[in-house]
Design a protein around this ligand. Structure first.
Ligand code: 13P
Length: 246
């Protein structure tokens, strides 16, 4: 049985004070990590102060990083420095990075490898745009194979299936369609890596809220959620985490 994972992606939201208020509000409401994994991903500049105050049952993640350890890459985030802050996870290949900052599958692949090399757990995002919806299976297959090219050990990876048209729109995918896509992702992983694919957590993201999260969590292949807007509110985040252990 795979454990459920509930991941908040705050994106470029929250001041330091707002971030700390959130952490203090949710810390003692988080269930045992043996029951559900809870992760909050925040802007790089907030990570150290969140790590220092994270409770026993909350983990902190970054939203991006570069693939080089050091050098002349103004403004980038080194995996070495990220690891030294104490974060455990890093989101890679989010559609906002792909679309707004021109990240290619090839670049994301280098980042995935660097994260694993430095002991960070990648949350690798894939998903189709509205224009690609008729070819979604092919698009996702392509993204996965390119982003995982040369990656031999996927035991620390979480895959986030995020249809781009569902992100921030209030229009989530139908849970049955998300289940179908995610079971296909698991088949691709099985084709690439064999039985270990059954242990990989694959989560759904795109307009998840306390109102619809149960429909996703009830599906056999959906192992949790990657949540933007609704996870900015600590009460909603707690509600969604508790839904995962009902
Ligand atoms: P929303 O939950 O705001 O749709 O964002 C989803 C997302 O992009 C999480 O990574």
């Amino acid at each position: 049985m795979r454990k459920k994972v509930i991941i908040a992606n705050w994106k470029m939201n929250k001041t330091r004070d707002e971030a700390l208020d959130f952490i203090y509000m949710v810390n003692d409401k988080m269930p045992d990590q043996n029951k559900v994994s809870t992760v909050v991903c925040a802007q790089a500049i907030l990570l150290r102060c969140l790590v220092k105050r994270q409770g026993d049952n909350l983990r902190i993640g970054a939203e991006n990083m570069f693939y080089k350890d050091e050098g002349a890459y103004t403004g980038e985030i080194s995996p070495v420095v990220l690891k030294s802050t104490g974060v455990e996870y890093v989101i890679l290949g989010h559609s906002e990075r792909r679309n707004l900052f021109m990240e290619s599958d090839e670049m994301i692949n280098l980042k995935v490898k660097a994260a694993i090399n430095h002991g960070l757990k990648p949350i690798l995002c894939v998903g189709e745009t509205l224009e690609q919806i008729d070819d979604a299976d092919k698009v996702i297959d392509d993204q996965l194979r390119k982003c995982l090219d040369g990656v031999s050990d996927i035991s620390s990876i979480i895959i986030g299936y995020e249809p781009v048209w569902a992100i921030g729109t209030g229009k989530s995918a139908d849970a049955k369609i998300a289940e179908d896509r995610i079971s296909k992702i698991r088949k691709i992983l099985n084709d690439m890596y064999g039985a270990v694919s059954n242990e990989v957590s694959i989560v759904y993201g795109g307009s998840v809220s306390p109102n619809n999260i149960r429909s996703f969590l009830n599906e056999p292949n959906i192992d949790g959620a990657l949540i933007g807007n609704s996870a900015l509110d600590p009460n909603k985040y707690v509600e969604m985490v508790l839904a995962a252990i009902e």
